[in-house]
Design a protein around this ligand. Sequence first.
Ligand code: NAD
Ligand code: TYD
Length: 352
Amino acid sequence: MHQPRSVLVTGGAGFIGSNFLLALVPRYPKVQFVNLDLLTYAGNLLNLQSIEDAPNYTFVHGDIADADLVRQLFDEHRFDTVVHFAAESHVDRSILDPLAFVRTNVVGTATLLEAARQAWGDRDDVRFHHVSTDEVFGSLGDTGAFDEATPYDPRSPYSASKAGSDHLARAYHHTYGLPVTISNCSNNYGPFQFPEKLVPLVIRNAAAGEPLPVYGRGKNTRDWLHVADHVDALDLILREGQTGETYAIGGRAERRNIEVVETLADLVDEHLGRAPGTARDLITFVTDRPGHDWRYAMDPAKIERTLNWRPAHSFEAGLRETVGWYLDNAEWLDAVADASYRDYYATQYDAR
Ligand code: NAD
Ligand code: TYD
């Protein structure tokens, strides 16, 4: 069992990091949490308003690739735990600007690992958890699922940079004995996700009467997990996971993209009291993403068996709750979808 006392959370103003902090800061009032986040377009302190004054929470605005800053934070806060979320996370953006992904995901992760190694020496009462994705395993055909033994085969600049960061984390464990754990999770959905990703983008556009862009023919498949279930898995791994181990996390909820978009469209109509089918009429098939991975599916048998983790949300109930959240938090959507978002969105449409 690992008992965190002073935790460095990187990327805590983003989607999954903020859900992690919103859950764990109140759950563990005796544990200190420091959130290091650069506040890129994807990070927003609005996400963290309900904990910003908590006595066990501190925000630091900065870059994980800034070695001096990271070293200074280790000195000041005597971290015994790192939970590393910070990343450039959107595949489409990685196609437009791959080097930003190498810098943050590869160089940034290496900077954190090195700071942890320097600060911790050969201590074994410490833990570095690296948060990663199923996309490092590549693309599945119509059958089968990824698990912890699947060979790496990343195919986008995003997944290649995440694969590089996973390899570095594992190398620090094998070479220096750094107490590392890694998790590879499937696609998350839930509150506070930046509306460039499929679920919030479709909810936003359906509500606004704008086109719902479906890449290719909409037959690509993703395996969906509510972010709160991912957060609970991470909390378990941090405390009870074995160092040097990898955990595959997923909700056994595979859906084709078109099914997800149609379900979201119907839920938005229902929530807004509109005639059924109104939002489905907005579905627009657009040019496919280059190198678009066909199918992802995760086999979470190991974390179910060894840590007794089970997701609490079914996909249908989770998606319904998520649609309600975005429509009830329209001011959050407006605030994060600022001018830079609109510029990016315009480029995406030009490209098609
Ligand atoms: P996100 O894009 O919503 O948030 C990323 C956060 O990192 C933002 O707050 C951003 O400001 C911050 N950040 C970016 N560059 C930084 C830097 N150089 N220094 C400090 N902070 C920086 O991402 P997310 O969806 O919350 O994903 C979090 C992590 O989980 C990522 O590592 C991602 O690869 C992984 N992951 C995501 C999913 C998913 O479905 N979203 C699934 C599996 C794994
Ligand atoms: P996304 O949310 O970008 O996650 P990822 O690419 O990391 O899986 O996309 C999820 C799926 O939805 C993916 O197959 C691409 C597709 N997609 C669309 O069809 N239209 C869109 O506008 C977006 C953003 C994604």
